[in-house]
Ligand binder design. Structure first.
Ligand SMILES: Cc1cc2nc3c(=O)[nH]c(=O)nc-3n(C[C@H](O)[C@H](O)[C@H](O)COP(=O)(O)OP(=O)(O)OC[C@H]3O[C@@H](n4cnc5c(N)ncnc54)[C@H](O)[C@@H]3O)c2cc1C
Length: 430
């Protein structure tokens, strides 16, 4: 029997949340706002993961962008739904945002500190900095321990679900100091020797980073390291992260052959992210190869790209559309571990798990998000998609039910999906 601590003599916890990341913080806030006493466990800074660098709650481990803000884009629609539902993290993202065109990018430090302050000061939330090794069995639980869930907890999840966790590998992009970029040419990208990265030396993965079943490296197709992409063909990068679509070189007035996008990474504007350049090259090779890019000849790296573990549950048939474990409805899953991919999906499933756990605790009917909404569709996918070949899902219009008369224009289709979704949500509330 695994017992949790009380919150205090007259303040017993109703809900345990494991993991103070994006999903866990959103879930804790959502449930606490519904009057639930939450105990939130976060193992950092005592025990760090392979990717987090601080003890802050809701640390963004890689990009500082939460994706598009346009509602005719899938990620933008998901954001709008979450705004409508009162998401804490989206509200804080707005308050800590950086200039990023149509995207919502944040100052990562300000973002996580503001979330931590909000969570710590909520009267219904108690945060405990400790690793949870076993899933408690005496109260409702939300497991939101993320793609880098600690090993002991992974084993307990496997024991509980009767499923082996699956592993595959993502890679993160390097960050360079702004003052080391040559801004006289930073907007002009040209083709460089792509073979450089295809043949440069890669870091050997450690045993824990390999697929537990096959012992082989497994990559997620949506986030391939550039050296893997480059090895697929001479022009593969020019059609991938370096595609110049919609850009003109201000010096020539022509569309360039290839463009590396640099995205501002912090409010101070002194760090830039090499967008789409996630990589597993050796650090010395990253310096050598990336300094071939015009404008980056003298780049100083604040962070090198690296590979990371990504743990997720094979959720179809295991969890239902309330994110509840079918074999033990007291337990909910949220975030990357539940099989969603990307910051927005993690925040969204945190909100849904928080609402459902609160209803479960109060003995109310559990809320079900309509399939016409991006949130509802993503969770429907987790619960009902084909188990064989299951892969984590990002917000995308392909999972929504078709429109009755879909317009030909992609943008207009996106707009109509958004109108339908937001109307559905408004009708639910009224
Ligand atoms: C290296 C890396 C880079 C990524 N880059 C991007 C990106 O650029 N864009 C994007 O959209 N998505 C990215 N992702 C995917 C995903 O969106 C993020 O990982 C996101 O933070 C996941 O949210 P989460 O809440 O599920 O997990 P997390 O934010 O990781 O939160 C889980 C928390 O649980 C804690 N924890 C783990 N085990 C225990 C335990 N046993 N007891 C207590 N606490 C525990 C961890 O310390 C962590 O704080 C990346 C993932 C990784 C690993």
């Amino acid at each position: 029997m695994v017992k949790m601590f009380d919150m205090g003599s007259n303040n017993q916890s109703d809900l345990c949340i494991i993991g103070g990341g994006l999903a866990g913080c959103e879930a804790a806030w959502t449930a606490a706002q519904k009057g639930v006493h939450v105990i939130l466990y976060e193992m950092r800074p005592q025990k760090m993961t392979e990717a987090h660098v601080s003890g802050n709650l809701a640390e963004l481990v890689c990009s500082n962008s939460l994706g598009s803000n346009l509602i005719d884009r899938a990620s933008g629609l998901l954001k709008e739904e979450l705004r409508f539902l009162g998401s804490l993290l989206i509200d804080i993202a707005e308050k800590t945002k950086l200039p990023a065109g149509n995207a919502l990018a944040v100052d990562r430090e300000a973002f996580s500190i503001a979330i931590e302050n909000a969570v710590l000061s909520h009267p219904n939330i108690q945060v405990i900095r400790d690793e949870v090794k076993y899933i408690p069995d005496d109260l409702p639980v939300i497991i939101a321990s993320g793609p880098l869930t600690s090993e002991s907890l992974c084993k307990d999840i496997v024991r509980l679900t009767g499923e082996e966790n699956l592993y595959f590998y993502d890679a993160i992009a390097p960050v360079v100091y702004a003052d080391s970029i040559d801004f006289k040419i930073a907007f002009r990208a040209s083709r460089y020797d792509f073979d450089n990265s295809a043949h440069a030396e890669r870091i050997e993965l450690k045993d824990f980073e390999k697929d537990i079943l096959s012992g082989q490296q497994k990559f997620f197709e949506g986030c391939l390291p550039i050296e893997i992409l480059a090895a697929r063909g001479k022009d593969a990068l020019a059609f991938g992260p370096l595609r110049p679509t919609g850009l003109k070189d201000p010096h020539t007035g022509h569309r360039p052959w290839a463009v590396l996008q640099l995205r501002q990474d912090n409010l101070a504007g002194d760090l830039y992210n090499l967008v789409g350049f996630q990589t597993n090259l050796r650090y010395s090779e990253q310096e050598r190869v990336f300094r071939n890019i015009p404008g980056l000849e003298n780049a100083v790296f604040a962070r090198f790209g690296q590979m990371h573990r990504n743990t997720f549950l094979s959720s179809p048939g295991l969890i239902n559309e309330h994110l509840q474990l079918i074999s033990d409805p007291r337990i909910f899953f949220a975030g990357q571990l539940a099989g969603v991919e990307g910051y927005m999906g993690n925040i969204g499933t945190g909100l849904v798990a928080g609402l459902n756990a609160a209803a479960f605790i109060h003995g109310d009917p559990l809320p079900l998000f309509p399939i016409e909404t991006m949130l509802g569709s993503m969770i429907h996918y987790l619960a009902n998609s084909e188990k064989k070949n299951f892969q984590p899902i990002k917000a995308n219009f392909g999972i929504l039910p078709l429109l009755e008369n879909p317009p030909r224009s992609k943008q207009e289709r996106g707009r109509q999906y958004a109108i339908r979704s937001l109307d559905t949500l408004k009708n639910l509330r009224s």
